[in-house]
Design a protein around this ligand. Structure first.
Ligand code: AMP
Ligand code: GLY
Length: 426
């Protein structure tokens, strides 16, 4: 079948790499893709939010499956757009409906959903302009630290953890009265701070059945030892050493099953990946957030650990036959290290020539592209997060060292990466 993959980051390069290994895939297109995805299919210049353009392309190219990588088109309703249009209704769309994507698109929706289905999460209350004064009182009486969350999508910047009340009050005012996060932040969730280790759990669901995918741990801070500002993710490891089968059983019973049953009970149409951000507080899992897609850079370590044919499992997802699928996860340890542009996550330059890629062939290592673009025979940087170098090994230390070694061969002006990914497990 012909497939269109939507997105253009490291997640999509990894998916393209995996999709191309499937016997079920004829032609693969990626919109808009990057210099890496070109190795596995044809990049097409259509924006991820141009639903009309994507639909037209699908019809013209006999696309049978649309796989949506990023959250934005999902939250904006790409699934509904395809399903409500008679000329695209036959196309299998991997991703939740607009309504179900609210699990990521609205923190207030996600919190209320968890409350309705008794899913463990931090205690919270939501406020808006109408309940502003009440919010002020709530913050004054709240123990420290206090977590403030803009309701809508805010490119990973909408969560603020405050260590004193004055800062929390100021942030709350900025969000509600001065639209700090635009419309996304005019509704604010204020929640209890949970102290523990985070882990990302991934599930693929057809809305009724689900399969568990490998877990991962993401390193969000820019600096060595988890210091400095947050980023989209500087690296990831999978499996996560402290995640035992018994812990996953607890997560399954308390979180995954009630989530999938909740979707079904509320008739929320969901055929896609669910990314559950967990925090482990004294051995008990709590949900920090839901995302309605795979993570980046988590995809770069979890997808290579799945031995199944990806299109076979995605077809089963679209056709609500995931109960027929046995997921086979290999025992390899995978580590990905993200090379970013100098200055990221703040202002940074792009358009720098990347060298050393041609020689970057090493057994047990794959260089996935994030923000890159091809110009003639040159590969240029085209974003903050540029390359995700995934390696496999017997241990986290071995895999991480191999990725670091590979990155020593690659160069672009301003290149930076964390040499300590997986440090607490080495
Ligand atoms: P989110 O955008 O929801 O993923 O939140 C970003 C980050 O903020 C998470 O990865 C956590 O590290 C942190 N965070 C969010 N909510 C809480 C909470 N209730 N307690 C502690 N940390 C939190
Ligand atoms: N790495 C975190 C995310 O994809 O949201």
């Amino acid at each position: 079948m012909n497939i269109l993959l939507v997105g253009g980051g490291g997640r999509e390069h990894t998916l393209a790499w995996k999709i191309k290994q499937s016997n079920l895939c004829d032609q693969l297109f990626i919109a808009p893709g990057n210099a890496g995805t070109k190795q596995f299919g044809n990049n097409v210049v259509i924006s991820i939010n141009d639903f009309e353009g994507l639909a037209k392309f699908c019809i013209a190219n006999a696309i049978k499956m649309l796989i949506v990588g990023p959250e934005e088109p999902l939250v904006k309703g790409i699934y509904n757009f395809f399903k409500e249009n008679p000329s695209t209704v036959h196309i299998e769309v991997i991703g939740p409906s607009k309504e179900a994507a609210q699990l990521e698109g609205s923190k207030a929706f996600a919190k209320a959903f968890m409350d309705r289905h008794n899913i463990p999460t931090a205690k919270y209350k939501e406020f808006n302009a109408a309940s502003y004064e009440e919010g002020i009182q709530y913050i004054r009486n709240h123990p420290l630290p206090i977590v403030l969350k803009a309701d809508g999508l805010a490119s990973g910047k909408g969560v603020i953890i405050c260590n004193n009340h004055i800062e929390a009050l100021a942030e709350f005012q900025l969000m509600i009265q001065h639209s700090k996060f635009g419309e996304a932040g005019k509704r604010v969730v204020i929640e209890q701070f949970l102290d523990g280790i985070e882990v990302s759990v991934f599930v693929l669901t057809d809305g009724k059945n689900y399969v568990l995918l490998p877990e991962a741990k993401d390193y969000k801070k820019i600096g060595i030892g988890d210091k400095g500002p947050n980023t989209g993710g500087m690296g990831a490891v999978s499996p996560v050493p402290f995640i035992t089968a018994a812990y996953m059983e607890t997560v399954t019973q308390k979180i995954i099953k009630p989530t999938i049953e909740g979707l079904q009970k509320e008739a929320l149409d969901y055929k896609g990946f669910v990314f559950i951000g967990l925090i482990n507080v004294e051995g008990e899992p709590f949900v920090i957030e839901y995302n309605c897609r795979l993570g980046d850079p988590e995809t770069e370590v979890i997808i290579p650990r799945i031995d199944n044919d990806i299109i076979e499992i995605l077809s089963a997802t679209a056709q609500q036959r995931l109960n027929e699928i046995n997921i086979v996860i290999n025992k390899k340890t995978a580590v990905t290290v993200m090379a970013v542009s100098g200055g990221y996550p703040n202002e940074h330059e792009t358009g720098k020539i990347i060298t050393g890629l041609a020689g970057s062939v090493l057994d047990g290592t794959i260089v996935f592209h994030g923000g890159t673009k091809q110009e003639g025979d040159k590969v240029l940087t085209n974003g903050g997060r540029v390359l995700a170098v995934t390696s496999f090994g017997n241990t986290i230390a071995e895999a991480a060292e191999q990725s670091n070694y590979m990155l020593e061969q690659i160069h672009f002006d301003g290149i930076y990466y964390r040499k300590d990914i997986g440090y607490e497990f080495r």
